[in-house]
Design a protein around this ligand. Structure first.
Ligand code: P71
Length: 474
């Protein structure tokens, strides 16, 4: 009998296949509208994928934030909501889950990540202070600036190079940090703002060795470290797989050790924690906690709900537990790597190594003929939607915004278009469709022209900016 030419992915790669550690119990229909309808929708949205209606999107990879599928246990938790204004049972469950898995003493819930960033920035930054960190994130840096701080990027140089294969491109460059301390003095630094993984670098992880060394330096200088733990579980997976000495440790143990080198963390629970809304802020210092607890009631809600319903806190507490299960994390990151492998195999320019939550297409590699102030990554997001209804997000010059001092665009080294994969939502077949769509857009790259910005909001402009195509004759 002749062998079938059709092979599973596992067979093609010479290994046994693995599969998701769940089966599907409820489905949400999706469909692709026509090419003409997509062209119209894109024009109405000002060529900004944030302004598209989700009904006009086929496969939605705008973000992995709040878009994951909850488990049956989490949905059951929704029914167990204790909607008391104060002291809800679900709050205590959430507090215990954070203490158990992240190890911090005190926790304040917030409605989502930026609520926590706001509280931490207002309490821990004095106007005029510097906040060093391993690459900016849009909302994080904005809250630091609104509190009178100045963010200083001290990530390793490799993080700015989409082709560098460094396995821990999220690492802090300790020499850059020492240089800053020498220049401005430790007393003018509020804290170290550490993110694991680093979203804007491509979902790149920080190594355990690096956080240990950072802790030593910060101890010498009397500086606290606060961690953006939004995708720390995914960071732990890379440590487990790639850093010597961790292959036999559980994700849960790695997360906890990593956090033990930091003084506190803020969380957008809409990512790792598998909920549609929620966040928290946790610290070890009681005085700081007291200040945060005072402030949360002003901006979020009482300190035992912080802007979440009791049911949301219950789903979140359960999500924290599910998030650190090894089989879950392996399949979550494994799906991202699968899409990345397809694209790499076809020589499509993407950020390498592939990170934990998303594929980042290198828009400069697609459109070397489009200057950065004609928005290559924004163009790429528009083209991919037009081709197949797949929605991604610009992460380049539009996201970087303007320099508050000079008013000019910031010109980031990375001009990327992100395709973020929601957790437990799409199948391997969806990934195949996405890969083929990207290939079609790549094959048509030379016929593609850039965009001009016709409306620009003052802050976080990427959300609502509008664009128009620049015609070939201009
Ligand atoms: C993402 C988001 C959501 C988002 C935010 C801003 C612009 C576009 C999309 C949110 C994060 C994040 C990190 C590392 C804090 C937040 C804010 N990411 N830190 O990637 O990735 O959390 O959205 O819950 O307020 O699509 P929040």
């Amino acid at each position: 009998m002749s062998e079938s030419p059709i092979k599973t992915i596992g067979q093609q790669l010479g290994r046994r296949s693995w599969a998701e550690p769940w089966k599907i119990k409820m489905v949400e229909p999706i469909h692709m509208i026509s090419q003409e309808e997509r062209a119209k929708a894109l024009q109405e949205a000002g060529y900004n994928t944030f302004l598209l209606r989700s009904a006009d999107v086929y496969i939605d990879l705008l973000t992995d934030s709040g878009t994951s599928a909850m488990s049956d246990r989490q949905w059951a938790g929704i029914m167990m909501g204790d909607e008391a204004y104060a002291g809800s049972r679900n709050f205590y469950h959430l507090e215990a889950a954070v203490q158990t898995h992240y190890g911090y003493r005190y926790m304040v819930p917030t409605h989502q990540g930026r609520g926590a960033e706001h509280l931490l920035s207002q309490t821990a930054i004095k106007p005029g202070q510097y906040v060093p960190g391993n690459m900016y994130f849009t909302t994080t840096r904005l809250h630091q600036e609104l509190a009178g701080g100045t963010f200083v990027d001290v990530i390793i140089d490799e993080a700015h190079d989409p082709r560098s294969l460094h396995p821990f491109k999220g690492d802090v460059d300790l020499d850059k940090l020492r240089g800053l301390i020498q220049r401005v003095g430790a007393e003018n630094i509020a804290y170290f703002s550490l993110a694991g993984t680093v979203n804007m670098a491509g979902g790149q992880p920080v190594s355990m060795a690096n956080v240990r060394a950072l802790r030593e330096l910060c101890d010498e200088q009397g500086l606290p470290i606060y961690l953006d733990a939004t995708r720390m579980v995914e960071n732990a997976y890379f440590i487990q797989q790639q850093e010597a000495g961790f292959v036999d440790q559980s994700i849960a143990a790695i997360v906890k050790e990593f956090c033990s080198y930091t003084d506190g963390a803020w969380m957008s629970a809409k990512k790792d924690h598998l909920v549609n809304i929620g966040g928290w802020l946790a610290v070890n210092d009681h005085d700081l906690f007291d200040a945060l607890r005072n402030l949360v009631v002003v901006y979020e809600g009482l300190h035992t709900y912080g802007g979440m319903a009791g049911r949301d806190m219950e789903a979140l507490a359960i999500g924290i537990e599910e998030a650190v299960q090894d089989d879950h994390v392996r399949s979550r990151v494994g799906q991202v790597l699968y899409l990345g492998d397809l694209l790499l195999d076809w020589d499509i320019p993407i950020v390498q190594p592939v990170g934990g939550h998303a594929i980042f297409l290198d828009a400069r590699g697609f459109y070397p003929h489009i200057p950065q102030d004609q928005f290559p990554a924004q163009t790429l997001a528009a083209q991919l939607y037009l081709d197949s209804g797949v929605r991604g997000m610009e992460r380049g010059i539009v996201s970087a915004g303007r320099d508050p001092q000079t008013g000019d665009h910031r010109y980031p080294a990375l001009e990327l278009m992100r395709l973020a994969i929601p957790r437990r939502v799409y199948t391997q077949a969806h990934m195949d469709v996405v890969a083929e769509a990207i290939k079609a857009v790549y094959d048509a790259r030379q016929q593609t022209g850039g965009l001009r910005m016709v409306y620009e909001p003052k802050v976080l402009r990427f959300f609502q900016a509008r664009f128009e195509p620049i015609s070939a004759r201009e």
